[in-house]
Design a protein around this ligand. Structure first.
Ligand SMILES: Nc1ncnc2c1ncn2[C@@H]1O[C@H](COP(=O)(O)OP(=O)(O)OP(=O)(O)O)[C@@H](O)[C@H]1O
Length: 246
């Protein structure tokens, strides 16, 4: 089977400090993969190199066998790689529907229309409303981002990522800053995403994260210290020592 996402020997340093040290990762189609590690372990930096937000010093990233190095972020999105950010990145003064439309247009043949304006009855709005419905926000579609809760904003972000029909979706701490109730809603939403999409998630909420993941990669100081199934990782003495504090 073709590997959905493959990272080979990825390396990155900032000012002489190695924050990604020969990282290898293989994610199969439809897989649910978790990345954990203490603060500063290099999780977000790894994501940024996978999506093209940051150039690695060396190493390779493949999406369904196609080399991504040298491909800008928007090309990677076109080829099927979407991400959400640790800090929410929505157009806050726009409506939810408009945010989703922009994301849809980003992968659309008509993407130049972002600059030309769209008629209010354009069918792309129906598509946006459908996507908002899939994250439970249809009723809020015409409200501004600033008028909805933080948890709802997280759900809009997931709708934006899904608008790109990704083969691989990278979620950077999707539950961070959410209340207990919101966490349940967003975790359920993530669980409901179709298996046509492989998901790689960075998450600190261990209860949710362990329930979600089939395989877990543990990073420390930019190095992979364990990569395996839930039991292997939870029972690994290195993980217990450095991450779980046992
Ligand atoms: N642009 C940058 N310039 C210099 N150092 C950076 C830069 N980005 C990240 N770092 C450093 O790289 C290391 C890894 O950071 P990163 O944000 O990837 O860790 P993380 O595992 O995602 O942490 P957290 O769980 O706190 O989000 C940290 O020491 C951070 O200070």
């Amino acid at each position: 089977m073709t590997i959905a996402l493959e990272v080979k020997d990825l390396k990155k340093s900032f000012g002489g400090v190695a924050v990604t040290q020969s990282v290898n990762l293989q994610v199969m189609p439809g897989e649910r993969r978790l990345i954990i590690g203490p603060n500063g372990a290099g999780k977000t930096t790894l994501f940024a190199q996978i999506t093209g937000d940051l150039l690695p010093d060396s190493g390779q990233v493949f999406l369904y066998g196609k080399n991504m190095i040298g491909q800008p972020v928007h090309n990677r999105a076109h080829l099927g790689m979407s991400r959400t950010y640790q800090i929410i990145t929505l157009f806050s003064k726009d409506s939810l529907a408009h945010n989703v439309v922009l994301s849809l247009l980003g992968i659309h043949k008509r993407k130049n229309q972002i600059f030309k304006g769209l008629p209010a009855n354009d069918p792309i709005y129906d598509e946006a409303i459908e996507l908002l419905d899939s994250v439970g926000l249809k009723a809020q579609a015409h409200r501004r981002v600033t008028e909805i809760s933080y948890g709802e904003q997280r759900r809009v972000e997931i709708a934006l990522a899904l608008a790109q029909k990704p083969k691989v979706l990278l979620l950077d701490e999707p539950l961070a800053g959410l209340s207990r109730d919101e966490r349940v809603l967003v975790a359920d939403l993530i669980k409901s995403i179709s298996k046509e999409t492989a998901i790689v998630m960075i998450e600190h909420d261990m209860d949710v994260a362990l329930a979600f993941a089939e395989k877990i990669l543990v990073l420390q100081y930019g190095k992979v210290i364990v990569d395996g199934d839930r039991d292997t990782v939870v029972n690994d003495p290195k993980v217990q020592e450095v991450y779980l504090g046992h």
